[in-house]
Write a protein that binds this ligand. Structure first.
Ligand code: MYA
Length: 623
């Protein structure tokens, strides 16, 4: 009870500090106020030191037999199309997707995968969509982005937030590929800081339209789109103070509206086949009926569109890795050096095994999230962000290693691997850079944990009325004090051959909750500025979630006696052991004084370099 009371005081201090800081940008300030909503996210629970097995076990199987059959039947023609009609290397050279490929994609329904059937779409759920994206992404990421920018973000807002008139008016042509869509958020002065856009739309005096002015950059499909989902500031009143302030609203804008124009296609490092261009809006009159969703709620709409599509990135990354692994196994089983095939060498085997692990984790995440979304999960933004971060980095690493194993051959354009590497680079940058998404995961999780502490603090004022919560938290803390795990065993969820790995997961969750409290207590509001800590905390969250999803998938393989179950068990075991080492080390480092002082040294090095604008050390040759 004493430790509970100490905690309550700390949390009260944290809350007080938080309220008093009002000159910091909301992303960093917005911390740990409880929304009062029930949140079922596995990752969110982690920040409270809660293990929520029902969110990840059993591995989701949402497709009916018919749905599985339909989707697997549609894979063959799609594969044939990408093998025989589409030519990724040619698209890369031409820096466009040729009309016959666009036409063929349209005929297959590829522009309307998730649009309802009654509006010309294929009506696929997230899991079915992920399967097709995995296939298409594996063949050609440039084409994948044309399709993804169109439906994963371009017109997703109309599907999610559009009213019946908007859906009926726009979706049929978009789903058929007769019209192309784009998502317009980023501006010259606002990339990661998406809320600071300057484009502005003001209601006309006659109240019939909004007048939009501004410009957007790096818009995927920007030069070819007919319909744009555009985010712009709009004048609003503060709901409590009545003060004037701008808030983002979302609009459906047609290229045909006078004042809309776009720039030349950008020259890029990769995904060259996809069109990227600036889009300009000059006194564009948007009919009032083209407001998308609620006035002033555009930022949330923008974020939720991105949240809803991010698992698609993981699916695409999984597909890329699958094809790269096929390529590399072909190479190492044929190439002979020093008298043996490459596959005989341990250093080669280690690389290939690591590729298998990274692909397995990414694929497991993609289908865990899509499956949970299909089962009606509403709180998946942290998991989706994690899958995008993990998948994009895994695929980059795999591609790099595949090139390495091909040696000089891998460096030659003819091998087609350098194109994949170039294409992959952007996946760590766009749709929320991985650095920002890492901060997003840890800050959002900390906000949730802080809310929980606040709840606990309130409960302590009336311990009798809140006996359940008070006892649970008291027991949790007593267990932590004696080094015991605070969460229940996973015997009912994890197949027994993986029980020691399940124990590692339990330990990670226990330590996670304890370290979150420790850093909230130590840093108070200041934690929002501790990016070294926030980054390491998010690494721990990523690895812990990855352990959970792989344990879930491999348990299914074991329980259902898949022919590959032993293979999957070993992959999972290797991943969990490695991840466990990283998680415990990252979590311990959050409060280790040696690590914290090293963080400060890193800051001072960076500061010196930035001040000097160059390398600071005396040159090795002294001149
Ligand atoms: S499109 C451009 C992508 N741009 C970005 O992703 C921008 C990244 N920035 C951000 O995400 C936000 O600005 C951050 C917050 C996170 C930094 N879900 O004060 P705040 C709520 C739900 O913290 P800020 C592209 O690249 C938050 O709770 N809600 O905000 C296309 C708060 O709510 P409340 C969220 O400090 C590439 C409110 O918002 C989220 O300004 C083409 C304010 O929060 C969230 N995530 O910034 C890709 N974040 O007030 C093609 C914040 O209630 C697609 N909030 O507390 C291809 C896909 C398919 C692949 C196919 C391939 C083959």
């Amino acid at each position: 009870m004493a430790s509970l009371l100490r905690l309550s005081l700390l949390s009260r201090n944290v809350m007080r500090h938080c309220r008093h800081v009002n000159n910091v940008r909301p992303f960093v300030l917005r911390c740990w106020y409880s929304s009062g909503k029930v949140n079922n996210s596995f990752v969110m629970g982690l920040f409270n030191g809660e293990l929520r097995p029902e969110e990840v076990f059993p591995f989701p199987e949402v497709l009916t037999e018919d749905q599985s059959e339909n989707i697997s039947m549609s894979l063959d023609p799609v594969e044939k199309f990408f093998e025989e009609v589409n030519d990724a290397a040619k698209n890369d050279q031409l820096e466009t997707v040729p009309p016959e490929v666009m036409k063929g994609l349209g005929e297959m329904g590829a522009f309307g995968m998730q649009a309802p059937t009654e509006l010309n779409g294929l009506g696929l759920n997230n899991t079915q969509y992920a399967k097709l994206v995995e296939l298409a992404g594996g063949y050609d990421l440039g084409v994948g982005i044309v399709l993804g920018a169109h439906q994963s973000i371009g017109y997703k807002g109309i599907l999610l937030y559009g009213n019946e008139e908007q859906k009926t008016k726009y979706i049929p042509d978009l789903a058929a590929g007769k019209k192309i869509a784009a998502y317009c958020l980023t501006e010259p002065s606002s990339g990661s800081d998406a809320n600071s856009i300057r484009s502005r739309a003001v209601l006309s005096d006659d109240g019939k339209h909004y007048v939009l002015n501004g410009s957007k950059i790096w818009i995927s499909n920007g030069g070819i789109a007919d319909v744009f989902t555009v985010f712009a500031q709009t004048p609003c009143k503060h709901p409590k103070t009545g003060e004037d302030r701008d808030q983002v609203s979302a609009f459906i804008v047609e290229r045909s509206f006078p004042g809309v124009s776009s720039g030349k296609p950008e020259k890029k490092m990769g995904i060259k086949a996809s069109n990227t261009a600036e889009v300009y809006f000059e006194d564009v009159k948007i009919p009032v009926e083209n407001l998308l969703g609620e006035y002033g709620q555009g930022f949330k709409i923008a974020m939720n569109i991105l949240n809803a599509g991010r698992f698609g990135m993981a699916a695409a990354m999984s597909g890329v890795m699958k094809r790269l692994i096929t390529r590399v196994t072909d190479h190492v089983t044929n190439r002979v050096q020093f008298g043996s095939k490459l596959q005989e060498y341990g250093s080669v085997q280690e690389k290939i095994a690591n590729m298998a692990v990274l692909q397995y984790v990414t694929e497991s995440m993609a289908y865990m999230i899509s499956g949970n979304m299909d089962r009606g999960a509403k709180e998946y933004q942290l998991e989706a962000a994690i899958s995008k971060v993990f998948g994009s980095e895994a695929a980059w690493h795999v591609c790099d290693e595949v090139i390495q194993l091909h040696g000089g051959m891998g460096f030659m354009s003819e091998a087609g691997l350098e194109r994949v590497l170039r294409d992959l680079r952007i996946f760590r940058i766009f749709e929320g850079s991985n650095d920002i998404l890492r901060l997003f995961v840890s800050l959002t999780g900390l906000q949730y944990a802080g809310g929980h502490l606040q709840e606990l603090q309130a409960a302590l004022k009336n311990p009798v009325g809140n006996l359940g919560l008070v006892i649970t938290e008291g027991v949790k803390r007593s267990k932590r004090m004696v080094g015991a795990k605070t969460v229940l065993p996973l015997n009912d969820y994890v197949a027994s051959p993986l029980s020691s790995e399940a124990e590692m997961l339990r330990d990670c969750v226990t330590k996670f909750g304890a370290q979150v409290e420790a850093i909230l207590s130590k840093h108070g509001k200041g934690i929002i500025h501790e990016q070294y800590i926030l980054r390491r905390l998010s690494e721990a969250a990523i690895d812990t979630y990855a352990m959970a999803v792989t344990l879930s998938r491999a348990s299914r393989a074991i329980n259902e006696k898949f022919a590959t179950s032993e293979h999957e068990r070993i992959i999972t075991s290797i991943f969990c052991k490695e991840a466990y080492k990283r998680v415990t080390s990252h979590l311990a480092s959050l409060t280790q004084s040696a690590q914290l002082s090293q963080d400060q040294q890193m800051s001072s090095i960076a500061k010196q370099l930035c001040e000097e604008g160059k390398v600071v050390a005396t040159p090795a040759l002294k001149f």
